[in-house]
Design a protein. Sequence first.
Length: 168
Amino acid sequence: MLTLRPAEAADAPVILRLIHGLAEYEKAPHEVLATEADIVRDGFGAKPMFHVVLAEWAGAPVGFAFYFFNYSTWHGRPGLYLEDLFVEPPYRGYGIGKALLVHLAQIAVAEGCRRYQWQVLDWNQPAIDFYEAMGASVLKEWLTVRIDGENLARLASTHVHVRPPAGS
């Protein structure tokens, strides 16, 4: 029997285990730097930066949806951004991923969101097919831009000299 429930701080070890499972699937296990302490601090404090819904089968955690809210300047409304969706391999194909996506859609509607979006790796055709079958559009014209690590630190420490426009 499937149960979906909001995660609690005590679930941090489970969340981290599922994050590692996702990283293995995405062929990037070495890229996970998050710790249980990070999850507790940033997800379960006074101002949570993210939310997690756990999928449990017969009481055992088998998947999760990790999300946060953003804001669309064009729509003037919040959006829900799905950062990660993962179901452990033995439990795939039973509707658990779909149940998580539908549950987050319900949260998005309840919160007045105009958008519900996420990213998918271009090689993950089974996921792309799954999302499109649910009515999602894969927006190929939008490219992800990221700056991290040393480049982020370098940019943050850059001194910018702003000149007034000509004639002002």
